[in-house]
Design a protein around this ligand. Sequence first.
Ligand code: F0G
Length: 468
Amino acid sequence: MSDAIAKTAPQAGTAAVQRCILPGCAAVFGIREQIYVCPRCRGPLEIEIALEPLKAVPDLCERWHARAASHDSRDRSGVWRFRELLPFDDDAPVVTLCEGNTPLYDAPRSANYAGLTALRLKHQGCNPTASFKDTGMTTAVTQAKLLGARTVVCASTGNTAASLAAYAARAELQCAILLPQGQISPAKLAQSMDYGAIICEIAGNFDDCMRLIAELADVPSIYIANSVNPFRIEGQKTVAFELLEQCSWRVPDHVVVPGGNMGNSSALGKGFDEMLRLGWIDRLPKISIMQAEGSAPLAHLFAALPAASSNADAALPDEIAPIANPRTLATAIKIGAPVSWKKALRAVLRTHGNIITVSEQEIADAKAIIGRDGIGCEPASATTVAGIRKLVGAGKIHAGESVVAVLTGHVLKDPDYVGHYHRGTLSLESVTAAGTAMPVPIVGAFRNAPEKVAANKEAILKSLQSRR
Ligand code: F0G
C-alpha cells in the first residue's frame, strides 16, 4: 500500500527550497545546498515546502493514519509517514529508528496541580533514544547521506548528542559530539559512548561548544546536525501533525514546550502553520515556551517587548542579550545564547503565546507530580507543567481550556537528579555578593525516599500502614 501512496502523492523534495526567514532578505537557495544560515545576511534558514499541490491530494490525512499499520520502515516512522510534507524525494536513503508515534497521555494529577480541569502530555521521551531529538535527527542524517558527508557533528547538552550518535551509527557515518565537560547527565553520556561517537569534552559551556560548531560549518565533509540546521526542524515539525491527529484534528488551545536552543518551539510553530495554510485546521494553538530562571534569555527579551509587538514578522528584534553563565539543574536547557530564538519568538508572537521563567523549586516539584501520574520525564520537560501552573495563576490559561504539554525527555535521562530530589539532597549552588558559593537546597514537596525495612512480613505491613 505504501508504494501506491508514494506514487500518487507529489514529492516535496523536488519543489522545496531553503529560504532566509528575515523579511528584508528572504533569499532562496536550493534544497541540496549545504548551508546552515543565509549566506547573504547570516539570517536563519527554513525549508519552504510547496503546499499548493498538496491541497489537491485527496484523503492525505487518512493515508498518513493508515501508514501507521503498514510494515514499510518509512511508514512505521512517525516522521516519514508524513513524507509528502518533507523536503525529500521518494528514493531518499532514509535513516530511521522508527521514531515518533509517541503517546499523548491524560495526566489528571498534573492537571489538578496546575489548576486545570484536564491536561495532556505528549511524551517525546518515548522515542528510540528517549528524547524528542530523534524526530529531527532522522531527517538531518538522511540529508547528510544525500549530501555525501563523511562526518556528522553537533554541540549538545546531552540529548542531541545521544540521538545523533545513534542515527550516525545506523547510517555508518563518523560522528563527533562536543559536550560541555562535567555538565552532562551521565546517562546521556553513556548513550553516546555506547553508540560509538567521538566524544569531545570541551572546557566551557554549551554556548562555547556551539561557537566551535559554527567554525566547523565550512568544512565540506562535515555536516552540522544542531537545530540551526533546517532539516532538523523538518523532522521535528511532524510532531504537530501527529498531535493534531491524536486530537482528532481539534486544535488544542495551548501547546507548551521547554525552551533551550529553541529548535523544538520553532519546529512546532512551523508544523502548525503548514496545517493552517493547507486549510486542515482553522486556527493555531497558542505556543508558549518555558525557561529555567537562570537560563532565560528569550523570556527576558519577551518581557521587554513593547505591547504592540504581536505582529510577528514586523516585530522581530535584531539582537538577544545572551546570559554569560547560564545556571539550572535542568542541564538540557542550560543555554545562554539560543541559536534559533528568532524562529521561536516568531512562532510565539504569531500564535499569541507566552514565554516565561520557572524556578528550580517549581521545576523539581512539577517533575515529581508528572511522575505521580505514572509518566515521568527529565527536569527540562517539567518546566512545562510548572509554567502552565504559573500561567493559570496569572489568568493567561483558563482552567477549562485544552492544554498539551510536550515532555521532551525520559525520566531515566537524569536519574541522579531524581534520587537527590526524593532523598532531600538536591541543591543549586548560588554565589553571594561577596563571591562565596552557597548551596541553595530544593525542598521536595513530593519527596519519596526509600526507607530501610526489616526483612519480615510485619515490618512490611507496618510500613504500608504508615503511608496510608
Ligand atoms: N528538553 C530537553 C530534554 C532537551 O534536551 C532540550 C535541548 C530541550 C528541552 C530544549 O529544546 O533546544 O529545541 O529548545 N537539548 C539540546 C541538546 C540543546 O543538546 O540536547 P530546544
